[in-house]
Design a protein around this ligand. Structure first.
Ligand code: SF4
Length: 87
């Protein structure tokens, strides 16, 4: 399993309103969107979570051409993002 890292908050990222599902401080690199969108649910509960990677992030990055860091993993306890889909 790769290393888990929170995204850096000092990069001038805009803090999104929690009501639209965003808490930068709880978000890990490799997630499809900001953590905290689905109260009580975690990445470990999500259909897209496989081997500590996010399939939705991979799908989205393929569409945008964004690169995903292959050495990074997401902990199962990470708070779910807005793309959460129950297993
Ligand atoms: S909740 Fe699901 S879609 Fe969102 S980051 Fe976690 S595994 Fe990916």
């Amino acid at each position: 399993m790769g290393k888990a890292q929170h995204i850096q908050t000092g990069l001038g990222l805009t803090q999104v309103d929690i009501g639209c599902g965003g808490d930068i401080s709880k978000t890990y690199r490799g997630m499809a969107h900001f953590a905290g969108a689905v109260p009580g649910m975690t990445c470990g509960d999500c259909f897209f979570f496989k081997k500590n990677k996010c399939g939705k992030a991979a799908e989205l990055s393929g569409k945008t051409g964004m690169k995903l860091d292959k050495g990074i993993s997401i902990p199962a306890h990470a708070s779910a993002c807005k793309y959460f889909a129950k297993r």
